[in-house]
Design a protein around this ligand. Structure first.
Ligand code: ATP
Ligand code: MG
Length: 359
């Protein structure tokens, strides 16, 4: 039986990169599990990870809104289908995440965290902004360094076996496995029957890499499409209107070569559009490219892509608009999800506390 955990930060409405790279896989899992017999169903945990959002500066009013919207997004994507029984919840409503993160901090080497690309790229950004001795140390918070440990806690708390994430997350998963191993060795606990040592409280999670590639920014095909990137035109939100989708695709950066070809190395802008097209049509990139060879090939492809994406998101868009303002319904679903998650989290933490001697 699989136990799946995955999270998304409430740092804005998700974009099609988040969808193709992560959320579409959550939807597939829900469909799969909904078809399983109830007794042997896989367990699914999908979380809005509010505590992670604080690793960059946040405005409370805005965070509150985005956190609520993200939850509504997950409902509108159909993740709470009762036939699948997934726990869809706010990480910050299950306090065990913070508790476990602290315990994991105590076995995590700082230099391991300093090797994370997320941390290193932050250092590079700061160094580029100013000369090295002018780096303002107050901009390097412990939370940003330590958030991969909180992420490990998110995963280990549910004794997760499978973690569906995008390609930018494999390094964190590796760290999570290492932390689990070190912790299990340091705190094996007792065997359930009381005879001899146990194997520690955690299971080794495996990464479930999405088959879909990372989607790049529409403004700069050398950067990934990112929620927190300031440029609105660089990403298509799941909630964008058909008009907005069409206009963002129309102005997406491509190149001056005639026609459309699949050549990610030399034509990264075109490649991004083809990947999005494949993502929403199911048709392979090469097949799509073949249809647009003429002089106006790129323009024609962009027009068809706009149609394909806006149709692909229609059902979601309508559902989101419908439930977004249904406060009571949303609060009820939040409660349900948190209760479900908390039940599992509480069991893990009993074992953890017993293993370390804080029971
Ligand atoms: P932020 O800029 O705030 O970090 P993000 O766009 O990177 O936002 P996350 O909430 O960090 O989004 O990630 C949610 C999920 O989406 C993760 O599984 C991540 O791997 C995946 N993901 C993020 N960006 C992309 C992308 N451009 N293409 C494919 N998958 C992505
Ligand atoms: Mg991210």
């Amino acid at each position: 039986k699989r136990v799946v955990f995955s999270g998304i930060q409430p740092t804005g409405v998700p974009h099609i990169g988040n969808h193709l790279g992560a959320l579409a896989q959550w939807q597939r899992l829900v469909r799969e599990v909904a078809a399983q017999p109830e007794k042997s169903r896989d367990e699914l945990y999908f979380s809005v990870v509010g505590m992670h959002a604080l690793t960059v500066p946040q405005d409370p009013i805005r965070l509150r809104q985005e956190r609520r919207d993200m939850f509504a997004v997950l409902l509108a994507l159909g993740l709470t289908d009762p036939k699948a029984g997934a726990a869809v919840f706010h990480q910050d409503q299950v306090l065990e995440h913070g508790e476990l993160a602290w315990y994991l901090n105590t076995v995590t080497p700082v230099n391991r965290l300093m090797r994370m690309t997320t941390w290193k790229s932050k250092l590079v950004t700061l160094r580029n902004a100013k000369s090295e001795d002018e780096i303002d140390d107050s901009m390097l918070q412990l939370g940003l360094l330590a958030y991969p440990v909180l992420q490990a806690a998110d995963i280990l708390l549910y004794r997760t076996t499978h973690v569906p994430v995008g390609h930018d997350q494999s390094q964190h998963l590796e760290l999570c496995r290492d932390i689990a191993q070190v912790f299990n060795r340091a705190y094996p606990g007792r065997r359930r029957d009381g005879k001899g040592k146990g194997k520690g409280p955690f299971r080794m999670p495996e990464v479930m890499l999405t088959t879909h590639p990372r989607i790049q920014s529409l403004r700069n095909p050398l950067q990934k499409m990112s929620k927190s990137a300031p440029s609105e035109a660089s990403k298509i939100y799941l909630t964008d209107s058909p008009e907005t989708i069409h206009s963002k695709i129309k102005t997406a950066v491509t190149d001056s070569i005639q026609g459309v070809t699949w050549d990610p190395e030399n034509r990264p802008g075109i490649a991004t559009l083809l990947q999005i097209y494949e993502g929403y049509s199911g048709e392979p990139v090469e097949e799509i490219a073949k249809r647009y060879t003429g002089q106006r090939g790129i323009m024609e492809m962009k027009a068809d892509l706009g149609e394909c994406v806006s149709e692909g998101l229609r059902g979601f868009r309508e559902e989101f608009a419908r439930i977004r303002t249904e406060e009571a319904f949303l609060r009820e679903k939040e409660r349900e999800g948190a209760d479900k998650a908390r039940a599992t989290a509480a069991r893990t933490m009993e074992d953890v506390r017993a293993a370390i001697g804080l029971d």
